[in-house]
Ligand binder design. Structure first.
Ligand code: HEM
Length: 513
């Protein structure tokens, strides 16, 4: 009691001391990274970072910062951002001492207290899990991959041909972005769990998975900006946000779907199977790990892949010369037998042999990188010195460094003065071999690098290659609303594009797909 009285008497002094300690701490935090410039207030508070996180176009703001303040800029008291290829590869190299920041666990966990590969911040656990999963993601232990993707490409073409064809007599715009997302969601479920959600067959967002993940991402980005993610990730809040209702709605349904499929599969023997789940089981993943990984696949693989296809078509449909050149290459590939007659689907090897198609896909992903998250890494304790433009730069230990993929891919120093323009030919006509090699290296970073590189890269590229070829072969497409081609939102680096209204005219006439 006496202690309280003394404290009460000295309250003025205590508040002053508290304030002084707070100010000294703030100055110390500010000075740690004061060598790096950034938006006003970023050295003192999280205001800029939080406002950017909740905005719909964080990727644009991150690029503006890099363009204005240089290859390493400051966006928060403890946060830097970079568009330096050297620094990105240095941080993620196989033996790099940099680690993942807590952002991964906070922003991407799908179950409280449990990690999947992407949310795992313990380096040795991550390395081990990656080894267990790498073969399942590759074609080596997943022989059904290409055939499965072909089935769903065929279903997409059939859906458009059977319901949405336009003719000179009648225009029937449809949301191309949504149909492409149905493709991506069905493919991921089919290759990851052996059963699609059935979006393409029903022409609908089954179990409102797409709608509810979009809401989930929105809640996630608000919570991240407000520092509330640890609260959101507590088991009881998660339960409230993602109820496993019997109506099958909301985020709980895909989780239930995954659990049920995995339980079915665990009853069967895996030795003779050659799909992703069988490979994971053979390499020792437990039932709960399998469920978490399947949720990751849905989150990591469906929006990124559909964004890649949508973005490329946005540029194709607004660049007639490119679209016509690509269509000519596609038609020639059909004529010379590189692709089977419709309704067959081109093989991955066939698509990869078409230089203009490859240049278009590369350029589409470059001009609109499909993943916009900063994926920040942590500088090792003790700090690190890196060379930037030939000068040593010290990075304090514990600092978070994120990547602006847009600044990197649209960098004029790497891609030339027209870096912000869509020009697939840049990949074909560049004479300077060193410059071209750097362009390719930088482009590869779209999928991350080294010990953190995307495991779904080859799956995504296979799907994109086939989808683009078959859509161009089958239809003449146009933007139905060129003045408002889509509505886009960036949540935690995941893009959603809605209302991408397109008309499609049949190019093949008598095909039965
Ligand atoms: C165009 C499509 C895609 C892009 C641009 C992309 C990009 C990325 C990026 C940037 C990372 C993180 C790198 C880092 O932390 O530094 C990543 C990780 C990952 N991605 Fe993708 N991704 C795509 C498609 C997919 C697909 C289709 C799947 C699954 C089928 C997938 C599964 C994963 C997994 C499992 C990881 C975690 C790897 C690890 O932690 O070691 N991704 N991806």
């Amino acid at each position: 009691m006496e202690l309280f009285l003394v404290a009460y008497e000295a309250r003025g002094l205590l508040v002053s001391v508290g304030l002084a300690v707070y100010l000294v701490y703030k100055v110390w935090v500010y000075r740690r990274l004061s060598a790096f410039k950034g938006p006003f207030s970023s050295g003192w508070s999280e205001t800029w970072n939080s406002a950017t996180t909740v905005s719909n176009n964080a990727h644009v703001k991150h690029k503006e910062v890099c363009d204005k303040y240089g290859p390493i800029s400051r966006i928060g008291p403890n946060d830097l951002i970079t568009d330096s290829m050297e620094l990105v590869t240095h941080m993620s190299a196989a033996r790099s001492p940099y680690t993942r920041t807590v952002w991964f666990a906070r922003a991407t966990r799908t179950k409280p207290g449990e990690d999947h590969l992407f949310s795992e911040t313990n380096e040795s656990v991550h390395t081990r899990r990656r080894q267990q999963m790498a073969l399942g993601y590759s074609g080596k232990e997943n022989l059904e991959l290409e055939g499965t993707i072909d089935v769903y490409i065929g279903k997409l073409i059939h859906l458009i041909r059977s319901k949405y064809l336009s003719t000179p007599e009648l225009a029937q715009p449809f949301d191309f972005g949504k149909k492409v997302q149905y493709l991506a969601v069905d493919v991921i479920n089919a290759i990851g769990l052996g059963v699609p959600l059935g979006d393409l067959d029903t022409d609908s967002d089954q179990y409102r998975y797409i709608e509810t993940t979009e809401v989930g991402f929105k809640i996630g980005k608000m919570a991240l900006a407000l520092g509330l993610l640890p609260v959101i990730q507590s088991p009881w809040v998660m339960r409230l946000l993602a109820p496993l209702g019997e109506d099958g709605l909301r985020f709980g349904w895909p989780l239930r779907h995954a659990r049920a499929r995995i339980d079915e599969r665990l009853q069967q023997e895996t030795e003779t199977r050659s799909d992703m789940l069988a490979s994971f089981v053979r390499h020792g993943l437990t039932r709960d790990q399998l469920v978490n990984e399947s949720m990751l696949q849905l989150i990591a693989g469906s929006d990124t892949t559909s964004t890649s296809i949508r973005a490329l078509f946005l540029y194709l449909l607004t660049h007639r010369r490119v679209y016509a050149t690509l269509q000519a290459e596609v038609d020639a590939a059909v004529a010379d037998g590189t692709a089977p007659p419709a309704p067959g689907v081109i093989s991955e090897a066939g698509a990869r042999s078409l230089p203009y198609l490859q240049a278009c896909i590369k350029e589409g992903m470059r001009i609109r990188p499909p993943a916009g998250a900063l994926v920040p890494k942590r500088v090792p304790d003790g700090g690190d010195t890196v060379l930037m433009d030939g000068k040593p730069v010290f990075l304090s230990g514990g600092t978070n460094i994120g990547v602006s993929m847009f600044a990197l891919q649209l960098n004029k120093g790497i891609f030339g003065d027209d870096a912000e323009e869509f020009r697939p030919e840049r990949w074909l006509v560049e004479k300077d071999e060193k410059k071209l090699a750097t362009m390719h290296r930088v482009h590869e970073l779209i999928f991350g690098y080294g010990k953190y590189q995307c495991l779904g890269k080859s799956i995504a590229l296979m799907e994109v290659n086939k989808a683009v070829f078959e859509l161009v072969r089958n239809f003449d497409m146009s933007l139905a609303r060129p003045d408002k081609p889509w509505e886009e939102e960036n949540s935690l680096g995941v893009f959603t594009q809605r209302n991408m209204l397109v008309t499609a005219i049949d190019r093949l006439g008598d095909v039965k797909s």
